[in-house]
Design a protein. Structure first.
Length: 333
């Protein structure tokens, strides 16, 4: 696997993302545009989505020179998402279980379930299997000028998972903020559920003539002094590791560029066997400070581009934060 060529991918569940500056417009609600996209907008932000995977395809804001930038990766035409068989989960909602399930099996109340494998020589299941949620079309159940809600009904036995699940994914924009709310209801049986937003960020919109990658973006994870250890194929092994000050995984003691440690020998294997980079689950340690309101306590992550001046602050109610440096991408996309 090669290091990240262009992108930074971060995963979250219930969150608010605060971004830089732009001017929103007026957009008709209810129908997609000619490219198959649903648009929502507010002051300083404009976003577009498609039913395939309930995916974010575009997020427009202005940089500090008032140039509008699309800071996420997505296809111009919505139809290509289902054509591209490399399927890098562009801006979608993987489900019903994001990330990896070891040996593609799990046990609930003494019953062992086997789900369909799709990664590492079929030794595990990634993002819900070969036909996970972001391979499917959601239903648009609501659309206003500032909000859109998608829904999916996942039947009992789909990909091997027990029980029916009904899920609603709501995206809303307010001035300079993008809000994500994900709800999933198991209606018939106990079942594992873990959802996320699989967005790839490039705050320079690939326009930086000196560096087209996201490795020059500065990242700060102020609550993440620990991470979850994994084996060679990125399956958690039950160990919690300290992100030692000054180490390749230290984004908590001070902000640093994503690619700052790529020359450090410690980076080899950090994202799996023979993989140099990041595909790591960082813990978000806030409980030691007592009761907190995640909406006001401060962002769990901040990403900044010095070139464009664009910054995103991410608030989340979750106890972990996944950082993916795109080690599985070769830059062609």
């Amino acid at each position: 696997m090669t290091p990240c060529k262009h992108l930074l991918n971060v995963l979250l569940l219930l969150a608010a993302v605060t971004v830089g500056q732009t001017a929103g417009g007026n957009y008709a609600a209810g129908s997609p545009d000619a490219d198959g996209k649903y648009t929502i907008a507010a002051e300083g932000i404009r976003a577009q989505f498609i039913p395939y995977g309930a995916s974010l395809t575009n997020l427009f804001i202005n940089d500090t020179n008032a140039v509008e930038r699309d800071i996420v990766l997505g296809y111009d035409n919505a139809s290509y998402y289902s054509i591209d068989q490399s399927h890098p989960h562009l801006g979608g909602v993987p489900g019903r279980y994001a990330n990896r399930i070891k040996n593609s099996s799990f046990e609930i109340d003494g019953i062992e379930y086997h789900v369909l494998p799709n990664e590492h020589n079929n030794n595990n299941t990634l993002h819900g299997g070969p036909r996970g949620w972001d391979w499917r079309n959601f239903t648009v159940v609501a659309h206003t000028t500032s909000s859109v809600t998608f829904s999916i009904v996942d039947p009992d036995g789909e990909q091997g998972f027990p029980g029916e699940v009904i899920s609603y994914i709501t995206y809303t924009v307010t001035p300079y903020q993008w809000h994500i709310k994900m709800v999933a209801l198991a209606t018939t049986k106990k079942t594992p559920i873990m959802l996320t937003s699989h967005v790839y960020w490039n705050l320079d919109a690939f326009q930086n003539p000196n560096n087209p990658t996201a490795l020059n973006h500065t990242l700060h994870l102020p609550y993440s002094g620990q991470r979850i250890a994994v084996d060679g194929i990125l399956i958690p092994n039950g160990t919690i590791l300290a992100n030692q000050p000054g180490s390749v995984n230290d984004f908590w003691t001070a902000p640093k560029q994503v690619g700052a440690s790529f020359d450090d020998p410690e980076i080899l294997g950090n994202c799996g066997t023979n993989c140099s980079g990041y595909d790591n689950c960082f813990l978000v340690n806030r409980a030691q400070e007592g009761p907190f309101d995640w909406r006001s306590k401060g962002p769990v992550a901040t990403v900044l581009s010095e070139w464009s001046g664009i910054r995103i602050d991410i608030w989340s109610d979750q106890d972990a934060f996944q950082l993916y440096g795109c080690g599985g991408q070769n830059g062609k996309l």
